[in-house]
Design a protein around this ligand. Structure first.
Ligand code: ZN
Ligand code: ZN
Length: 245
């Protein structure tokens, strides 16, 4: 049966969809470092979209970077919606306010913001709205949002590589925190650029893999390594292949 992301789906629905489409080929063909390299590649391509003022390039690559980050989350067996909500419970993770007052108060350490379950956003789109309220776009330029997103991409990778080498429980916790920060900044860039992430994901993932449209994905690794939205007039599917399961 074909699978898709619907615009009013939750972050948990999205994570589950990415698991069903990409974890089988991902587990077989990619190391964690390979996955991070892909996630970073698309993040950087999105940033190029900011520099060039090319919204299409920014949008598509941001969505793809987000989907690669779900492969990281799935590889770590994290529940990203839960992690994101605990770190950003409709409040800034550092100053504990909504909207954030970090620029004025400059908190020296992170306050553990109190969690009010009744405020938890039910859908992915509601999470994006929550981030626009905690961190209004008027407080930064799109370029600043992009720089912060790049920073978080690096910190996430650093946290994962630290854990891969030492396997300490606190390092595992740090990965979760960095993943939440990466996702928060993904929504931050989207909010600054006026990108509706839920709509974009529904357009890309209307039928299984965004490129081959198979479930699970059967895109050849060499195709993935060269995948570039700018070279595709449409999301041209690769040649039909038989999935080996
Ligand atoms: Zn703050
Ligand atoms: Zn595919």
């Amino acid at each position: 049966m074909d699978k898709s992301f619907v615009e009013d789906g939750s972050i948990a629905d999205y994570q589950q969809l990415m698991h069903e489409i990409y974890d089988l080929p991902g587990d077989r063909n990619f190391s964690m470092s390979d996955i991070l390299a892909q996630q970073q590649r698309f993040t950087m391509r999105a940033l190029k979209g900011i520099r060039k003022g090319d919204l299409r390039r920014l949008r598509l690559n941001l969505l793809d970077a987000f989907s690669w980050s779900m492969t990281v989350v799935n590889r770590m067996h994290f529940n990203i919606e839960e992690i994101l909500w605990r770190r950003f419970p409709y409040l800034c993770s550092y100053c504990g306010a909504c909207p954030c007052v970090c620029k004025i108060q400059k908190p020296s350490h992170r306050l553990e913001p109190p969690i009010n379950e009744s405020k938890r956003p039910p859908t992915l789109r509601d999470f994006q709205k929550m981030f626009s309220e905690i961190y209004p776009g008027s407080g930064r330029t799109l370029a600043d949002a992009g720089v912060h997103w790049a920073e978080e991409t690096g910190e996430m990778s650093e946290a994962i590589h630290a854990y891969i080498h030492e396997h300490r429980p606190e390092q595992l916790k740090n990965i979760a925190a960095e993943m939440a920060d990466f996702v928060s900044c993904t929504f931050g860039v989207a909010n600054s650029a006026g990108i509706d992430v839920a709509k974009g994901l529904a357009e890309l993932f209307y039928k299984n893999c965004l490129a081959c449209h198979h479930l699970p994905c059967t895109c050849p690794v060499e195709y993935i390594n060269k995948f570039d939205f700018e070279k595709l007039p449409e999301f041209a599917p690769v040649q039909e292949q038989t999935a080996i399961q």
